[in-house]
Design a protein. Structure first.
Length: 150
């Protein structure tokens, strides 16, 4: 069976900008496109993939977890100021609650409930990331296919 997902190691071309030891690994074409942008954009001072881990609590399972955002980057804005970001690359559908299925089959309801749980978990991860970034004067942002002009 062929691999359904577009994933692999990204070959960094501008090594002086890449701020992590491990080779970046993309898990979607959207992540690969983001890596290419950060690697080649002249306003990006430095970037890294999955180099920061943030603890968060998820009340559904009453456990502490670890969240690793996809990308860290330091960018020079139009005013010449440096700004730091943590970014998560996600499909738009995983950023908002799913619509209930029209047909209430067992499979459709299971998929609907899993999608609701995924969005809820993302909410807790992203709230923790927002707090983490705010303490450091950084910005946390979720990037979807709409930001990537797909």
């Amino acid at each position: 069976m062929a691999n359904r997902y577009y994933q692999g190691e990204y070959k960094v071309e501008n090594r002086d900008k890449y701020a992590a030891d491990k080779t970046p690994y993309f898990r979607s074409s959207w992540e690969r496109r983001s890596f290419f942008y950060f690697d080649h954009n002249k306003n990006v001072i430095s970037w890294a993939s999955e180099n920061i881990t943030i603890p968060y609590y998820f009340p559904v399972d009453d456990k502490n977890h670890r969240y690793t955002p996809d990308i860290y980057c330091k960018v020079k804005n139009r005013d010449g100021q440096l700004k730091e970001f943590l970014l998560e690359v996600k499909p738009e559908k995983q950023t908002k609650p799913p619509k209930p299925p029209k047909r209430k089959t067992a499979k459709a309801m299971r998929n609907y409930n899993l999608a609701k749980l995924e969005v809820l978990k993302n909410t807790f991860k992203w709230e923790a990331a927002e707090k983490y970034c705010k303490k450091r004067g950084w910005v946390f942002k979720v990037i979807t296919e709409k930001h990537l002009q797909i």
